[in-house]
Design a protein around this ligand. Structure first.
Ligand SMILES: Cc1cc2nc3c(=O)[nH]c(=O)nc-3n(C[C@H](O)[C@H](O)[C@H](O)COP(=O)(O)OP(=O)(O)OC[C@H]3O[C@@H](n4cnc5c(N)ncnc54)[C@H](O)[C@@H]3O)c2cc1C
Length: 402
């Protein structure tokens, strides 16, 4: 396998890195301290600059106005953008919209594409994905209480969801609801598009996550669907295929997440080095003179390199062999990279001392928001169980132990 970066990609990455440093990193204190609504107009201007540079929507196909990058190249873009919290948003490839765009392109009807996809892909609107419920385990989502019952030409949706990221201010939600309760468990639920101004779509609150409730794109909503009525034409993909489509959305999505986490790790390591070299702890002595700090830097660099190669290798396998063949690798990178990132951010916080736990640097934002990386898109334990099950099965077959 060859991970050499093409000349064209090299130029793109240089442009992105420069933009991130000059235009977006200076906005970090605003992102941390001001409500989303106040930052949004500023980011709108930045988005126009990105469009002028023809770097908008790097993931999405050219015929939809994107750059049409492959998975490996897009992974490199995620890495560069994630060094600052508003990177992916400014370039039109933020979660959960990016995943919703992918499934709308693949499964949307012409009417759904015109009404929901077209404004979303140009950044006029935002969307959210509403699957997890407070009263059922997200780690086993086939156990779902939310129902969508047919009534005339409509579905009537009832249920309680939470952690619907970015629901606040979204134009529509893609909701997972049980439509076929008699079918096999993985064929019971469907994806249904619900405009958020539909009566019965009730955003109860933005859930405080480690003390931060946030607003707008930077929030996670709790939602009650109460006799929420939408036309059956809002069904996305075949009825009962909600989990099949969700699986498709998650595979490449994990490459995007993992490369983002590498980008955040990189920023944390940069900050660790800068602080270590400049923080005097005795006359003529900086933190960087301490062996323990040097060890953290070396360990962080090694873990980050290992994770990065694993993720690139996984992206390459998805591109060359397909998502199904790469299933094991996808699980491996998901829990490994999340752990690496957390250890690196944690070391960076420690090197900054008291400053590290304040909101005066971006580290506390990374620390707070990325504790969740071991929970969303498949909890660590489920990925580990699935990897080890396969390893044990192969071992048992090879050694005739079962
Ligand atoms: C920041 C954030 C953003 C999110 N965004 C979205 C979103 O946009 N849309 C959406 O629908 N959902 C979203 N989620 C929800 C997320 O997908 C769920 O939190 C996740 O699937 C875990 O489900 P749960 O919280 O119900 O935990 P549970 O399923 O109750 O699991 C709790 C814990 O039990 C352990 N566990 C679970 N299963 C096993 C097992 N088989 N063996 C051993 N241990 C196990 C794990 O340690 C796990 O953390 C988000 C979550 C977070 C934190």
């Amino acid at each position: 396998m060859d991970f050499a970066i093409s000349e064209e990609m090299q130029t793109i990455l240089e442009l992105i890195n420069e933009f991130v440093e000059k235009e977006l990193m200076p906005l970090e204190q605003d992102f941390i301290h001001r409500p989303w609504e106040e930052l949004e107009p500023v980011l709108k201007q930045k988005r126009e600059m990105v469009k002028q540079m023809e770097l908008w929507a790097p993931l999405h196909p050219k015929e939809y106005g994107g750059m049409g990058l492959g998975l490996l190249d897009y992974g490199l873009v995620c890495e560069a953008l994630a060094r600052t919290p508003t990177g992916v948003y400014t370039f039109g490839c933020q979660a959960p919209d990016a995943g919703n765009i992918e499934i709308l392109i693949k499964y949307g009807t012409p009417e759904q594409k015109e009404r929901f996809l077209a404004p979303l892909i140009v950044g006029q609107t935002r969307s959210c994905f509403s699957m997890t419920e407070p009263d059922q385990p997200g780690s086993n989502p086939v156990l779902m209480d939310t129902t969508a019952v047919k009534d005339g030409d409509d579905y009537v949706i009832n249920g309680h969801k939470w952690f619907t990221s970015a629901a606040d201010g979204s134009s529509f939600a893609i909701v997972m609801a049980v439509t076929n309760p008699e079918a096999a468990s993985h064929l019971q639920a469907s994806m249904i598009i619900v405009p958020t101004d539909t009566p019965g779509f009730n955003l109860v609150r933005n859930i405080p996550v480690m003390g931060h409730a946030g607003t707008g794109w930077h929030s996670h909503g709790e939602i009650l669907y109460q006799n929420c009525r939408v036309p059956q034409a809002n069904l996305l993909g075949p009825e009962g295929h909600g989990f099949v489509i969700a699986q498709e959305r998650l595979g490449p999505g994990r490459i995007h997440h993992c490369m983002r986490w590498i980008g955040e790790s990189k920023r944390a390591l940069d900050m660790m080095c800068e602080r270590a070299l400049t923080r005097q702890i005795a006359p003529g002595k900086t933190l960087a003179d301490q062996q323990i700090i040097r060890a953290w830097i070396a360990e962080s660099a090694a873990e980050m390199r290992a994770a990065r190669l694993m993720v690139l290798n996984c992206a390459w396998r998805i591109e060359t062999e397909g998502q199904k063949e790469a299933r094991q690798d996808i699980s491996l990178i998901k829990f490994y990279t999340a752990g690496v990132m957390q250890r690196i951010i944690d070391r960076a916080v420690q090197v900054h001392g008291g400053l590290g736990v304040t909101d005066d640097t971006v580290l506390s934002t990374f620390y707070r928001s990325e504790r969740s990386a071991r929970i969303y898109d498949g909890v660590d334990e489920v990925h580990k169980i699935s990897v080890s099950r396969r390893i044990l099965k192969e071992y048992a077959a090879e050694h005739r132990l079962a």
